[in-house]
Design a binder for this molecule. Structure first.
Ligand code: NAP
Length: 559
């Protein structure tokens, strides 16, 4: 017997330190961690104690005899990691590498300096992991205030994670525990840069940690990109997840074929949502307006376009598996079986898992809907006069960089047109600047060294200003990757505090200036309201999607 990590692994590595025989890998200090789709249990070492099950926030670990049948391939993937580990070269260059974080040994005299007061800006996973790291550090008296632009916390966990990934959303239970801590305060409905400036925050706290994520999208830079019917997947995701800023968007679902450009996990998410049976979605917390629109959707076919080959595809094997198991949907690829067989021969690590799934795709079984995974094609132009009618795709070959081994797409002279009525660009997220905080407009991150924000001109560290999450390292990794990222930032902050390098804050409480801020009690009111309204109609939650409704419930009669 062994335990197996299966669908939904969040990579937060909470299971690693509790394992008495060190059988869960890659650990955060191993080179493969930064590019690992998930963590794996060594079946030869596991002693079946079950300690990992207890701490997994997303219930992704099972004893092998209890593994759901549709997840049986994970047993093979877990074992395979230990004889064919991950190739670390696929880590995006801007990512945190997954290096180990040494916990700060807090100076025992530090508490003599009084409380450490930290402002965390951004109420998504990155912000909560940073708050959790601070509040969980022994030997210090720390107070954490979290500032969130929207009236509700959650960030990408609420507005990015696909509604049918309820397992991943369980991470919120940990965030609720952080919010219950007496040394934590929430100031939601508070935009830094509008309701309170960076300077005011910086002068009121020992340190400010920016964890503002990346909500806007990367552009393709091709003709026709802005035609009606061409949208960024980030907008579509925010729309179906009920983000107040995106709820009024309209998507023409009166079309048979949609094309998704890019083949990362966001592309997998949007393909799955577009093709899902609406009764399946009704059992999720998808926004009511999206459920209504998808109920009458005519979309029957979604083409997902990857510019590189299947071995380099940005989607993870678990997400590909999820798509292939979507009821009523036939998944196919434009690669022929000889190509896949040859690629599988030479593939290793996680690429082998993806190729194995693609090679095993069941042939046509008369499903009502289809997902087609295309590879080695780049969009050249979005076609149409008044709206999208198709996309011109250039065929690519692959070239490997002789030094780094990184494989890139190189265009050929061949192109072909694919007709469609809806085009979603899923080519990555992009962070935006916060007024008053230096921003690297080339890399779309706050210039930083391991979480310490830099002055862009002098390149000196800006005392007391830190960054974590996607705005620190770029939009990469899964939810739990942000935990390691936050550990690094918080460790450096605590080092600076212990060494007396932080500025001394002014007296006073910012709460006096923010009468309309939503507190933890306000969030709890929204949470209870959404769950109760969902229950009335047989759904797990009915999200409040307008700022007005969120504020009304959160702030009670005062709005
Ligand atoms: P991503 O993983 O970076 O994928 C972006 C995709 O767009 C890649 O296929 C990329 O191709 C392609 N692309 C970029 N520029 C392009 C261009 N000019 N033309 C054509 N294709 C282009 O980004 P994402 O899908 O937005 O996901 C962001 C992060 O969130 C990822 O770390 C992802 O794993 C994570 N996420 C996880 C889950 C989950 O675990 N369930 C769900 C959603 C998101 P190349 O590979 O060739 O660059």
């Amino acid at each position: 017997m062994t335990h197996v990590i299966a669908q939904g692994c969040c990579n937060d590595a909470a299971c690693v330190p509790v394992c008495p025989v060190d059988c869960i890998h890659p650990t955060p200090d191993e080179p493969g961690y930064g590019s690992a789709e998930m963590l794996y249990i060594d079946p030869d070492t596991c002693i079946d104690c079950g300690a990992c099950i207890e701490v997994c926030p997303v219930s992704a670990i099972h004893p092998d005899y209890d593994l759901p049948p549709e997840q049986s391939v994970f047993e093979q993937w877990n074992a395979q990691y230990f004889w064919d580990p991950i190739d670390p070269i696929e880590v995006p260059p801007e990512s945190t590498s997954g290096s180990a974080v040494t916990k700060t040994a807090v100076d025992p005299t530090a508490s003599a300096r009084g409380s450490l007061r930290v402002a965390v800006v951004g109420g998504g996973p990155a912000g909560f992991y940073a708050a959790g790291e601070l509040l969980g550090t022994r030997g210090i008296d720390v107070l954490v205030d979290m500032f969130e632009r929207l009236p509700v916390p959650g960030g990408l966990l609420r507005h990015g994670v696909a509604p049918d990934h309820a397992q991943t959303k369980n991470v919120f239970a940990g965030f609720n525990r952080i919010m219950a801590n007496k040394r934590f305060r929430l100031f939601a409905n508070t935009e830094v840069g509008r309701d309170i400036g960076h300077e005011a925050l910086a002068s009121s706290y020992d340190a400010v940690i920016y964890a503002v994520g990346a909500l806007s999208d990367r552009r393709l830079g091709i003709q026709g990109e802005d035609l009606p019917g061409s949208h960024s997947a980030t907008e579509f995701v925010a729309w179906y997840n009920g983000h107040p800023d995106f709820r009024r968007l309209e998507f023409d679902l009166d079309v048979e074929r949609a094309v998704v450009i890019g083949n990362g996990n966001v592309a997998m998410d949007v393909a799955r949502i577009l093709l899902s049976d609406v009764e399946r979605l009704r059992r999720t917390d998808i926004a009511a307006h999206a459920l209504e629109a998808l109920a009458t959707s005519k979309v029957r076919e979604v083409h997902v376009i990857g510019r590189r080959g299947p071995a380099e595809a940005a989607f993870s094997s678990p997400e590909l598996l999820g798509l292939t198991q979507l009821p009523g949907v036939q998944v196919s690829t434009d690669l022929d079986s000889a190509y896949l067989a040859a690629a599988l021969e030479t593939a290793h690590g996680q690429a082998r898992n993806k190729l194995g799934l693609l090679a095993d795709l069941p042939r046509a079984v008369g499903a009502e809907k289809r997902a087609v995974l295309s590879f080695l094609r780049s969009p050249e132009e979005v076609l149409g006069a008044d709206g999208v009618t198709g996309v011109r795709l250039r065929e690519n070959t692959l070239v490997a960089d002789p030094e780094t081994g990184r494989v890139s797409a190189l265009g050929t002279n061949w192109s072909s047109d694919l007709s469609c009525g809806l085009l979603l660009r899923a080519v990555g997220y992009r962070a935006s600047a916060v007024e008053g905080v230096p921003f690297d407009a080339t890399r779309h991150v706050f210039a930083n060294v391991r979480g310490r924000v830099l002055d862009p001109v002098t390149e000196d560290v800006l005392s007391g200003v830190y960054v974590t999450g996607w705005v620190k390292r770029g939009p990469s990794g899964v939810i739990g990757t942000n935990k390691l990222c936050a550990q690094e930032t918080v460790a450096n902050l605590l080092d600076d505090w212990a060494a007396g390098r932080l500025p001394v804050p002014a007296e006073g409480d910012v709460a006096d200036r923010l009468p309309d801020a939503v507190s933890v009690a306000g969030w709890r009111a929204v949470d209870a309201h959404e769950i109760a309204s969902g229950k009335e109609i047989g759904r797990p939650r009915l999200k409040l999607v307008s700022l007005t409704a969120q504020r009304r419930v959160a702030l009670g009669a005062s709005v």
